[in-house]
Design a protein around this ligand. Structure first.
Ligand code: P6P
Length: 332
């Protein structure tokens, strides 16, 4: 029987392999694991909301029942703020970034996150996830964080990951040296290494796109989607980015959220959806581009909630998509 390797143990081992590591990054990663366990407990109860009360009501102990995405946001902010390693947080749920006020602002890192991505699926018991990215701060360590600490290209991220609250709860993350997955064992309350050095298939036969927007996509995207259909690829679209990308990590495939007339610059958020997931896809040997074939991690970011089009997944499938853009795309 293989020895169980917990997330904490894996982080400590990785720290020992990193020269001059201060340990602060390891503590930050462990705190994310703690927040994930707290959220997982509530997400799993969500199905009981009719028993526990709906958002805006009060539960049996008189506490206000919160929308799960607000609860998740508060729990991650609370846990990260106490960690002492973070000087600021940017969240999909907050218009502005949140400076972490601790004694000397010695937190070396900022965290960007979508606390509960796909939360519209909660009420129908479909998997949802947390997406996070971590940057080293670039501002004066003796002062509060500033916007420039967050407006860094995805290629500057020092780590990224997601937590998938599904049939089981997985934490998948990378610090730039490979991608590993940890499954929560509720019997011991620990994330245990379950998917070591994840490498996605270089090709696949799943494509993941909201077919309902087909007529609103540019010609080159429609032609590529037609190509997938002609090849009898299977369409799988959960409407929860973490779930759709997680499937691609293990079964191969391609995920597309192109720009449309409604979302001319794309719908998905660059900072805390596209950058972290692109970081992870590349760590697993895949490719992540915009519909104009720019590498997502190299995109400039000018505002916290900036959006982008995105196509990501198995290397050979994204390469095929590129050929359709080059053939049918409008040269700007
Ligand atoms: P649509 C969820 O709201 C989300 O941000 C992603 O998780 C998901 O991939 C996408 O939006 C779904 O958007 O327009 O297809 O419902």
């Amino acid at each position: 029987m293989n020895k169980i390797v917990t997330l904490d143990e894996f982080i400590i081992r990785s720290e020992k392999e990193t020269p001059h590591s201060s340990g602060s990054f390891s503590r930050l990663l462990r705190d994310i694991g703690i927040a994930a366990k707290i959220v997982n407990r509530e997400v799993n109860k969500a199905g009981l909301v009719n028993i526990l009360g709906v958002e805006g009501s009060t539960n049996s102990t008189g506490d206000d029942v919160q929308k799960l995405d607000m609860f998740t946001n508060e729990k991650f902010i609370e846990t990260l703020s106490y960690s002492g390693e973070v000087c600021g947080i940017a969240s999909e749920e907050n218009q502005d970034f949140i400076p972490v006020k601790n004694a000397t602002n010695t937190g070396n890192y900022v965290v960007v996150m979508d606390p509960l991505d796909g939360s519209s699926n909660i009420d129908v018991n479909v998997s949802v996830g947390t997406i996070f990215g971590i940057y080293k701060r670039v501002s004066d360590p003796n002062k509060p964080c500033i916007i420039e600490d967050f407006l860094q290209k995805g290629s500057q991220m020092v780590a990224a990951g997601y937590i998938l609250y599904g049939t089981s709860t997985l934490l998948v993350y990378s610090t730039g040296n490979g991608l590993n997955g940890f499954t929560l064992d509720p019997s011991i309350g620990e994330f245990c290494l379950s998917h070591k050095n994840i490498q996605m298939p270089i090709a696949g036969n799943y494509y993941s796109v909201n077919q309902g927007y087909y007529l609103k996509f540019d010609l080159e995207m429609r032609r590529y989607i037609d190509h997938c259909s002609d090849l009898n690829y299977r369409l799988r679209y959960i409407g929860s980015m973490v779930s759709d990308i997680h499937r691609i990590m293990f079964q191969g495939g391609i995920f597309l959220y192109p720009n449309t007339r409604k979302y001319p610059k794309g719908k998905l958020r660059l900072l805390y959806e596209c950058y972290p997931m692109s970081f992870l896809i590349e760590q697993a040997g895949g490719t992540a581009l915009t519909c104009k074939l720019e590498r997502v991690l190299d995109l400039e970011i000018k505002s916290l909630h900036q959006t982008s089009s995105i196509v990501m997944g198995s290397r050979d499938m994204v390469r095929d998509m590129k050929e359709f853009v080059e053939k049918y795309g409008v040269v700007v």
